[in-house]
Design a binder for this molecule. Sequence first.
Ligand SMILES: *Cc1c(COP(=O)(O)O)cnc(C)c1O
Length: 361
Amino acid sequence: MIEYENLARLNEPFFEDYKKAFSETLESGWFILGNKVKQFEEQYSDYCGIKHTIGVANGLDALTLSLKAFDFEKDSEVIVPSNTYIATVLSILHCGCRPILVEPDLETYNINPALIEEKITPKTKAIMVVHLYGKLCDMDKIEDIACRYGLKVIEDCAQSHGASYKGKRSGSFGDFGAHSFYPTKNLGALADAGAVTCRDDALDEKIRTLRNYGSTVKYYNDEVGYNSRLDEMQAAFLSVKLKHLNAINNHKRNLAALYNQGLNKEFIKPNVHADYYDVYHIYCIRHPKRDKLREYLLRNNIKTEIHYPVAPNKQKAMKGILDTQPTPIAEEIHRTALSLPVSFYHTLNDVEQVISVMNKF
Ligand SMILES: *Cc1c(COP(=O)(O)O)cnc(C)c1O
C-alpha cells in the first residue's frame, strides 16, 4: 500500500532531536511565550527574509489576526480566491468583512490577477492571496493592483513554506504573511501552530498585543484581544524541523519532477515556470474522470486525496453568504483535481510505481 501521508514516518528522521527539544522544554518549566518561541520567531524571520515573525496558535488565527490588525469597518470587502481552503474565507467573515471571490487561473490554480480589478469597489480594503499547493501567486501583478488601489495584501502561506517567486520567499511580500504549521504542512509541528510575518514595527506590535489578550504589560489590557499564542513545545519542535525544511522541499520537488516527466499527457500536470520555486505541499493533477481514476488507484493500493471536494461557495455553511457568487472555474477544479502521494517519506520508487499504475488507467 502506498499511503497518501503518514505523519509518524514523515517525522521519523527528527525523532531524536524532537525528544531532546521536548526534554529541554519540559525541564525549563516555561511553557508559554518564552525563549523557544522567541528563538523560533527569529529563525523563521531569517528564513523568510522578513523583519518580524509572531508565533500564534494556528493558521486560521494567523489570517484572522492579520486582518483584524487593520480594524476595517464592518462590511468592508476583501478579495479572496474562489478555490481556496475554507479557512481563508472564515477569517474574513470572523472580522465582519465580506469575502469577494475571484476565480483562479486554470494553469496555476492561483488567483487570476486579470480578474481582480473588475471586483474592486469603494468598499474593497484588502486582497488575501493564497499560495495554493506550494506555488506562489503572481506577486508582481498583485502588488501593482494593490498599490494602484491602496489595498492591503495578506498572503496565506499555509501551503508555501520556503516557496519563492523571482527569488523572494513566501511570507515576505504582503503587509502580512499568515502561516500554518498544521502537522501535514511542509513545515509541520506536532499539533496546531501558526505564525504571522510582517516588516512593519507597528503591525508587529499590534499582532503581539492581539495574540495575548490585547495586553503588552501583564494584567493591563489595551485592546479587545485573543488568546492565540504559539506554545514553547511546538516552537521547540518547529526549530528542529526548520533546519530540514529545505531538504523536505527539495525531496518533494524531486518527486514532483519525476511525476512531471513520467505521467502520460492525458493527466493535466502542474504548471512549471522559471520564475517560481514551487514546494509541492500538494502535487495536484487533473483528469475528467477523476473519481474513476481515484477508485482505480485505490484498487491498486495507492491512496490519494482531493483538495478540495467542494468549493467554498458550495459549502452548507456559506448558504446565504457566498452562494450568490458563481465560480465555474473553481468548480471545474474541484470536480477534476486529484492529489498524488508526495510526502517527505515517499521514495522515488514509490512515485515510479504510482506513475506506472496511472499510465495504465
Ligand atoms: C491549512 C490551511 C489553513 C489553516 O491552517 P490551520 O493551522 O489548520 O488553521 C489556511 N489556509 C490554507 C490554504 C491551508 O491549507
